[in-house]
Write a protein that binds this ligand. Structure first.
Ligand SMILES: *Cc1c(COP(=O)(O)O)cnc(C)c1O
Length: 801
């Protein structure tokens, strides 16, 4: 049996025949449909929910009291679907989300003339309506294709309508896309309801989604109304062109033609090939593939208005395809890379033998809402920008206005719009007068910012505790997590005319003995802070690479990246301040370094070691994982230095500033495998460690002093217990977070008030109120007995009011 009535030799066709072949079949729209849709729209507009109830009964034969699906039912949908279906939906969601997230526009300020800045900014369309067809086959894939770009565009109000009964797959998928307002109503009446709003269904600004002839007609009609409703794109029957050369497999071609024809009797499929042999194989082989398909009748009908066209060469195929502008275009040719640049009009393109249309319909990542019926000439595939609109912005400096004023004045004068001219002239004269006044003063001023890097000019620097001018000598300083205990050291060496050793050997030897890892795996730095910076400078490219960290955490990761112009991926910690591994895994693209502070500053908690290990596993060969162990001596059993041997991408940062009571020394360590250390050595300054620093650090690491250090830790940990016990008794305290360190994060009822009062009494703590998730929190370093007692007495006093 031959399904293709139409096998055509292109070169044998005359102009008229060619034109006829490339003209789409006229969409035959019943006049009755037009009239009926118009009636439905009118009735919904007039009677609102009552009309919807009426139509649900009339068309879908269901009696429905409440149109909206309860949140409970949406949440429970996951319990009623098989796990393999859920997995498939999740996979598709991941891919589509990943692809579409790259469509989010970055705003960029462009300086068109010196001092004249223009930018285009993007805002979500506030309220959008999604229509998802229901019936025998629930199209949950459409939920993904509409819901994901809407979610990425940050649309505030998303309404979804779909006919009753709504399948669990649709509800589950909607929930994934954070769609919570779901109504069981279908057809033209659903479109009308979203366009005009009813008591239960909110009015929207733009309506998206496919549907039958009634839905399509309703979208067309409401688009012409005065209510400011837009629609996604004009809809028509689905289409496919396949271009095949002699390297194509005819049974793949047949399968693709069928899968397209299956959509509906009005679908159109066209095979363009240079090979007569392939055309014959397709014609002879198609019956075998159709015979057992459930939608056989539809397929046969739709193949009847389709063509196989034999051309003289590939360029002719391209020419025909460009003219036709198909919704789907599959290029089963050996050299498809050479063909793609010549394709000018198509909705979605599938390259080679391994990209069937179905992968784009469901899960490769691209959108399946595409322009049909020749609209690919001017319309695009649905994307994030369809859910947004852009605004343009301009901003001028005084000099910028002067630079451009002449141009505007001449143009507006020539167009005889003198009002326009004046709005510029008035200002430029004002500026010139003022400039003249300030000319002499300003000549040497304000020029440096023109030279400096923009990211530095705009930088808010690290608010180091010592910078705050309340660090007076008689103050109690509990704001920098330093040790309150003062070890006494004397310099052994006292001549300094020679440069120091770049990496002092004895110091490294002593630190190696102390922490149990090899001397080759140690780099000495000016504090752990220098390690943070060195790693970024060694591993991250300006503007393209990212670092990842998990707020709330130590502030220098962020600031260092800002200084160096490295991008930032801040993945908020979970409620319990553990790593949000799921989000981290999804956002590792271009991440070169992950900074994890363990125990974390300022929260004081430990990070699950299993999570760190999982992170190390998944980042092999992709990212460096830096564990900042600045406070590890207070809970030394949790160190992971021993894993350096196993994981080549692990870096551990250490310091003498905290438990060693040597914050004034500025000495820290980077511990990592040899390759990393060698790279860092290329970047670090030539003589980073001053002679006196290594002199004292060597002493601090000898046996006797290590014992003293451990005693000090014990003393501080006892003080901490006393402090926590007494903080609990203060009424101004709301909550004390468990700490493995020498500080306690404490939540107050009114932290800013407490902070101020403590400062007035000369007790300085660290305000964390501004930090993510830490509202009303103060971080209190554990001080001496005396300091703790003083702090508690002030807090008790404040509690008694
Ligand atoms: C204090 C601190 C540092 C900086 O240590 P230095 O060795 O003094 O530079 C690094 N990371 C964290 C988490 C810190 O709290």
């Amino acid at each position: 049996m031959n399904f293709f009535k139409n096998v055509i030799y292109w070169n044998l066709c005359d102009q008229n025949q060619k034109k006829k072949i490339l003209t789409r079949p006229v969409i035959f729209l019943d006049k009755n449909i037009k009239k009926e849709v118009s009636n439905i729209i009118h009735k919904v507009k007039q009677e609102g929910d009552n009309a919807l109830e009426y139509y649900n009964l009339l068309f879908d034969k269901v009696k429905i009291k409440t149109l909206e699906i309860s949140i409970e039912k949406i949440n429970n949908a996951k319990l009623n679907i098989k796990q393999d279906i859920k997995n498939a939906i999740n996979n598709a969601y991941y891919n589509i989300n990943k692809f579409h997230s790259y469509q989010i526009y970055k705003t960029k300020k462009i300086e068109t003339t010196s001092g004249v800045y223009c930018q285009q900014i993007f805002r979500p369309i506030n309220s959008i309506g999604l229509y998802v067809p229901g019936g025998t086959a629930p199209l949950f894939s459409t939920v993904l294709m509409l819901g994901i770009p809407a979610q990425l565009a940050l649309c505030k109000n998303i309404v979804m309508c779909t006919p009753a009964p709504i399948s669990n797959e649709i509800l589950y998928t909607a929930n994934l896309c954070k769609i919570k307002k779901i109504f069981q109503i279908g057809g033209a009446q659903a479109i009308a309801a979203m366009a005009f709003g009813t008591n239960s269904i909110p009015k929207v600004n733009k309506i998206f989604g496919p549907g039958n002839a009634f839905v399509t007609e309703a979208k067309k009609q409401i688009n012409n109304q005065k209510e400011n409703i837009s629609i996604d794109m004009p809809a028509g029957p689905s289409e496919l062109i396949i271009i095949a050369d002699k390297f194509a497999y005819s049974h793949f071609i047949i399968a693709d033609l069928i899968s397209q024809a299956e959509h509906g009797v009005d679908s159109q499929v066209i095979l363009l090939t240079t090979e007569e042999k392939i055309a014959k194989e397709v014609i002879n082989g198609i019956n075998n593939q159709i015979i057992n398909l459930p939608r056989k009748d539809i397929i046969i009908k739709s193949l009847n208005n389709s063509y196989i066209i034999i051309t003289k060469d590939i360029d002719q195929c391209i020419q025909i395809s460009n003219k036709y502008s198909p919704e789907h275009l599959i290029i089963q040719c050996n050299e498809y890379e050479k063909i793609l640049p010549k394709i000018m009009n198509a909705g979605s393109i599938f390259l080679g033998n391994w990209a069937p249309g179905s992968v784009g319909d469901y899960a490769s990542g691209t959108n399946h809402v595409l322009p049909t019926y020749g609209y690919a000439l001017t319309y695009s595939s649905l994307g994030v920008s369809d859910f947004q609109k852009s605004m343009t912005v301009q901003e001028l400096t005084p000099q910028g206005l002067l630079n451009i004023s002449n141009t505007v004045e001449i143009m507006s004068t020539t167009e005889k719009l003198i009002g326009h001219k004046n709005s510029v002239t008035l200002r430029s004269e004002f500026i010139k007068k003022k400039l003249l006044l300030n000319k002499n003063n300003d000549k040497y001023k304000n020029n440096i910012n023109k030279i400096a890097k923009k990211n530095i000019i705009n930088l808010i620097p690290y608010q180091s505790a010592r910078l705050l001018d309340n660090s007076r000598f008689d103050h109690i300083l509990l704001n920098a997590n330093e040790s309150p205990i003062t070890p006494i050291f004397k310099l052994i060496k006292n001549t300094f005319n020679r440069y120091p050793e770049p990496q002092p050997k004895r110091l490294i030897k002593n630190y190696s003995n102390y922490c149990g890892i090899n001397v080759d795996n140690i780099l000495v730095s000016r504090g752990a802070d220098e390690g943070i910076d060195l790693l970024m400078r060694t591993f991250c490219n300006y503007k393209s690479d990212k670092i990842l960290f998990c707020p709330p955490t130590y502030g220098m990761y962020y600031i260092n990246a800002k200084i160096l112009g490295i991008k930032i991926n801040a993945v908020k910690s979970l409620e319990n301040w553990q790593l949000d591994l799921n989000t981290i895994k999804k956002t590792l693209d271009n991440v070169k370094i992950i900074y994890i502070c363990n125990p974390n500053n300022p929260t004081g908690n430990l990070i699950n070691q299993n999570d760190i290990i999982e992170l190390l596993e998944i980042t092999q060969g992709k990212s460096i994982v830096v564990i900042d162990e600045a406070y590890i001596e207070f809970c030394i059993t949790y160190t992971i230095v021993h894993l350096i041997e196993k994981y080549s991408n692990l870096v551990v940062l250490r310091t003498l500033s905290k438990a060693f009571s040597l914050a004034g020394l500025r000495c820290g360590f980077v511990l990592a495998n040899k390759e990393i250390i060698n790279l860092l050595l290329k970047v670090i300054a030539p003589y980073p460690i001053p002679e006196p620093v290594s002199d004292i650090a060597v002493q601090a690491l000898n046996r006797k002093n290590l014992i003293l250090m451990h005693n000090n830790i014990n003393k501080l940990m006892n003080n901490k217990l006393w402090l926590i016990k007494n903080l609990k008794k203060c009424h101004v305290v709301k909550n004390i977070f468990p700490s493995q360190t020498n500080y306690v994060l404490t939540k107050f009822f009114k932290s800013n008030y407490i902070f101020k009062k403590l400062s007035q009494k000369g007790i300085i703590v660290r305000n964390q109120d501004h930090n993510i998730g830490l509202s009303n929190c103060l971080r209190i370093s554990v001080g001496t007995d005396y300091e703790s007692t003083k702090l508690i007495s002030v807090l008790q006093e404040l509690s008694s009011y």
